[in-house]
Write a protein that binds this ligand. Structure first.
Ligand SMILES: [Zn+2]
Ligand SMILES: [Zn+2]
Length: 159
């Protein structure tokens, strides 16, 4: 069994504070900048990083996830202190998935490779940039900005 590990996933035993700080530094933000992007108070961010806050409100969770470019699930996992393997690997069927809706539990089955509805191959990464799909709460890939549902099409130059 291989464990999905990337520099973005929390390491074993990493606390929420350490994780947030590590992600922040890897992006080169100072606390003020991150707090601004995440739309949370700098004081709250300081508390999180110092380990004084171990539970995040859904507002700070989604703000931080967006600002740190990590899936909300990672933050949830690190808050609960559960290994990231338990929550990783989102899979979905691009034709059947409704943007903004969570993935069907049957798509998420570890052994599922094809959609139980239409038989299409399940997808676990962005069709455009090949980054792992991290959260289906977002319709668009946080890495390249393309919609997860969209197939790779010739670039349209409509701006
Ligand atoms: Zn399908
Ligand atoms: Zn992408």
């Amino acid at each position: 069994m291989s464990i999905l590990q990337s520099s973005k996933s929390p390491s074993a035993g990493e606390s929420l504070g350490d994780y947030v700080k590590r992600m922040r530094l890897s992006l080169g933000f100072n606390q003020k900048e991150l707090a601004k992007i995440a739309e949370i108070h700098m004081q709250s961010l300081g508390k999180i990083e110092r380990g004084m806050t171990t539970k995040l409100s859904s507002h700070s969770k989604s703000g931080l996830a967006t600002a740190l470019q990590v899936p909300v699930e990672y933050l949830e996992a690190v808050c609960r202190g559960v290994p990231i393997v338990a929550v990783t690997q989102l899979k979905f069927c691009a034709p059947c998935w409704t943007p903004g809706k969570p993935s069907e539990p049957l798509w998420m089955e570890a052994r599922a490779k094809h959609c139980f509805l239409c038989g299409a191959a399940l997808r676990d990464r962005c069709a455009h940039c090949q980054e792992m799909v991290t959260s289906l709460k977002h319709r668009f890939c946080p890495f390249c900005g393309n919609g997860y549902k969209s197939e790779v099409v010739a670039e349209s130059h409509s701006e």
